[in-house]
Design a protein around this ligand. Structure first.
Ligand code: IPM
Ligand code: MG
Length: 370
């Protein structure tokens, strides 16, 4: 009998549906190879859901996710919905509430620069030669994204005042700290905690708490960087990082920087996880870290690798299919080594060949079967 899993599939907008198609084809290839059964429950989200139902996150979509083992998410937003009031736009009205609803506080973003992609990195080749591998652990349900009050007020004198509030509890900092240290135990045992403790009260507590958490992991080295310095060190010495842990907004910014240095945002997968379930696995939402790329949407040329690698993370963290997760990651590595390149990672280097979204999917599938 085949093992069966339910995956909520939320392609969303822009390139979301195109890259999602390839991720599902890869999962199907794996299912037939390894006698597994993936039951996909498709649901509307983001702009696509606004157009069809008037709501960016319809209650049916939330129910569909609740009934699944995990969520495979594409991306949401685009020019068509930018004129809506900010609180109704796809990003704020769909993605953030989904993260909050499922308590997905831990966002893991593996910034891997494959040696064969060093020439796609915008930074000096000697800085990324041989590749690098940084894991960004971003706190995802606190900080400025969710803190109250959040407001916009017209003052009596006609001026306008806006407020976003940065709120963290010590317990929230500690739990993301543990995620980072546990990850570091499986890696090179270095945690870099990024804060702004020279200015923010939030960051002072962040730093104190990271030091307390570190005491429980004597094998792991903890270092602290201010966020401005971290932005600089990432570009100056990306190989000096192992695990980077930081709060929500800093992680949003630094993970884009990390992805670009690694070659392209189109390569950066992510896992957003809540508390572990009893069996050691997690309910999670798995999504590429890049956006909907409206400029290339519908052309069939987007890089599907971030979505495919997000599916691999789903297999690992939510379904416990480590061998299959690894098989996808190895297949992606093989096609990169074979020289296949979508536009975003095509530096025109010798021995490489430009492919479109579907051809990249085909190649990953072929490598999986090889
Ligand atoms: C990301 C994205 C989102 C975020 C946006 C779309 C709300 O940039 O996942 O990094 O800021 O978290
Ligand atoms: Mg972002």
């Amino acid at each position: 009998m085949s093992r069966s899993f339910t995956i909520a599939v939320l392609p969303g907008d822009g390139i979301g549906p195109e890259v999602m198609d390839q991720a599902l084809r890869v999962l199907d290839a794996l299912a037939s190879r390894d006698n597994l059964s993936f039951n996909y429950q498709h649901a509307l989200v983001g702009g696509a859901a606004i157009d069809a139902t008037g709501q960016a996150l319809p209650p049916e979509t939330v129910r569909c996710c609740e009934q699944a083992d995990a969520i495979l998410f594409g991306s949401v937003g685009g020019p068509k919905w930018e004129k809506l009031p900010p609180a109704e736009q796809p990003e704020r009205a769909a993605l953030l509430p989904l993260r909050k609803h499922f308590g997905l506080f831990a966002n893991l973003r593996p910034g891997v620069c494959h040696p064969a992609l060093a020439s796609s990195s915008p930074i000096r080749p000697d800085l990324v030669e041989g590749g690098f591998d940084v894991l960004c652990v971003r706190e995802l349900t606190g900080g400025l994204y969710f803190g109250q009050p959040k407001s916009r007020t017209t003052l009596p004198d006609g001026d306008i005042e806006v407020i976003d509030t940065m709120v963290y509890k010590k317990s929230e900092i500690a739990r993301i700290g543990h995620v980072a240290f546990q990850a570091a135990m499986q890696r090179r045992k270095l945690v870099t905690s990024v804060d702004k403790a020279n200015v923010l009260t939030n960051s002072v507590l962040w730093r104190e708490t990271m030091i307390e958490v570190a005491a429980q992991y004597p094998e792991v080295t903890l270092q602290h960087l201010y966020v401005d310095n971290a932005a600089m060190q990432l570009i100056k010495a990306p190989r000096s990082f192992d695990v980077m842990v930081t709060e929500n907004l800093f992680g949003d910014i630094l993970s884009d920087e990390m992805a670009m240095i690694a070659g392209s945002l189109g390569m950066l997968a992510s896992a957003s996880l809540g508390k572990p379930r009893g069996d050691g696995l997690y309910f999670g939402l798995f999504e590429p870290s890049g956006g909907t790329a409206p400029d290339i949407a519908g052309k069939g040329i987007a890089n599907p690798i971030a979505q495919i690698l997000s599916a691999a993370l789903l297999l690992r963290f939510s379904l416990g299919l480590e061998a299959q997760a690894k098989a996808i990651e190895d297949a992606v590595k093989a096609v990169i080594e074979a020289g296949l390149r979508t536009g975003d990672i095509d530096s025109g280097a010798a021995g490489t060949r430009r492919v479109n979204t579907r051809e990249m999917g085909d190649a990953v599938i072929a490598a999986l079967k090889a």
